[in-house]
Design a protein around this ligand. Structure first.
Ligand code: ASP
Length: 348
């Protein structure tokens, strides 16, 4: 009897072992042949502070921008072109904190950062602290394609831009009244705080809880290539040639055809420390997490625990599109291969 039972349990064990080894992990399906997502910044974006006209203006610009990239992808174009051209629309609009609408530094200047990365070759280009480049994303692309370097900064980046035929503008191009007024408000608030405790405060709470208007785009093209790009004016009242996460590969931007592409927006120092964009890709690649799981883990757990605020947009190699943020809102839009469009601002 005992021998019979032992053989029975042995047989059972073999059957159950076989079932587990025979059932391979289902390969994730390609859900979109191509896809594109964009953001125009995250932060304390509340419906109660918005007028219907303003809301409409943001939505229209997001839609206009994403359609530019979508049409390139639909025609079989490259994701790098889709990302660059889409970001141009956002950089040329005063609504977002990138290009034309860049925020002001403490010294009342504008210093722009941008980066771009392609997922087929892990190539990347970035620029930081430029003051006279109309479309920083295009200069980042030139750094990637036509130089030996990954990141150029300040005056040197402008010299390179001239050599590359990139459009240079007078720094007055970046003046917008609303951004200038924001700086004055922050300075007044800061002055009040300085009077209070006598310390130099760079990160006033008004900035911490405020809006981040950086722009970004991630696209997957029909050839399976992922590109991610990010462009920003940084944070209002920044000083000492501060550089945020937007031009840092692995923080503000990352792309890998084996996993996903990511573009970030938020309080840059935290995104640098948390290595947000690369971490999401690494969780997918090394831990087999889905894009949604990976993005949630990094934003809602790692970044939030550190005290960072903001969000990301991402597309994976199968065309899944994800938005993840821990703020009240994020200007965002997505388009799938069927042309179905979503444009959103607030948390659902
Ligand atoms: N991440 C940007 C920075 O820290 C700001 C933003 O997202 O608007 O420079």
């Amino acid at each position: 009897m005992k021998t019979f039972l032992t053989s029975l349990s042995l047989a059972f064990l073999m059957v159950s072992c076989n079932t587990t080894t025979e059932k391979p992990k289902e390969a994730p399906k390609k859900i979109n042949e191509f896809a594109i997502v964009i953001h125009g910044g995250a932060g304390t974006i509340l419906k109660k502070n918005m007028t219907p006209e303003k809301e409409e203006a943001y939505k229209q610009k997001l839609e206009e921008a994403i359609k530019v990239g979508y049409n390139i992808l639909k025609e079989g174009g490259k994701s790098i072109d889709a990302v660059e051209q889409t970001i141009h629309v956002l950089e040329n609009s005063p609504l977002f904190n990138a290009g034309k609408g860049a925020v002001f530094t403490h010294e009342e200047t504008n210093e722009l950062d941008a980066s771009i990365m392609t997922g087929n070759d892990l190539n990347a280009g970035a620029i930081a602290g430029v003051t006279d480049i109309k479309n920083p994303i295009s200069l980042a692309r030139k750094v990637m394609e036509n130089s030996e370097h990954v990141m150029l900064s300040g005056k040197g980046a402008s010299v390179f831009a001239k050599e590359q035929g990139i459009e240079i503008v007078d720094s007055s191009y970046f003046y917008t009244e609303s951004r200038f007024k924001s700086l004055q408000r922050v300075k007044e608030k800061m002055k009040a705080e300085l009077d209070h405790d006598g310390k130099t405060a760079f990160y006033d709470p008004i900035i911490k809880d405020s809006k981040f208007g950086t722009v970004g785009c991630v696209a997957l093209d029909k050839s399976g290539n992922i590109t991610a790009g990010t462009s920003t004016g940084g944070m209002t009242n920044k000083r000492w040639n501060r550089i945020g996460d937007a031009p840092i590969i692995g923080s503000g931007t990352y792309a890998n055809n084996e996993s996903c592409g990511v573009s970030s927006t938020g309080w840059g120092e935290y995104f640098i420390r948390a290595q947000v964009a690369h971490d999401i890709s690494a969780l997918m690649q090394y831990k087999d997490l889905t894009l949604k799981e990976a993005a949630r883990e990094v934003i809602q757990n790692k970044l939030t625990k550190l005290g960072g605020t903001g969000g990301i947009i991402a597309v994976d190699k199968n065309g899944n599109m994800v938005f993840e943020f821990n703020t009240a809102g994020m200007y965002r839009a997505s388009m799938n291969a069927k042309g179905e469009t979503e444009v959103k601002i607030y948390k659902e």
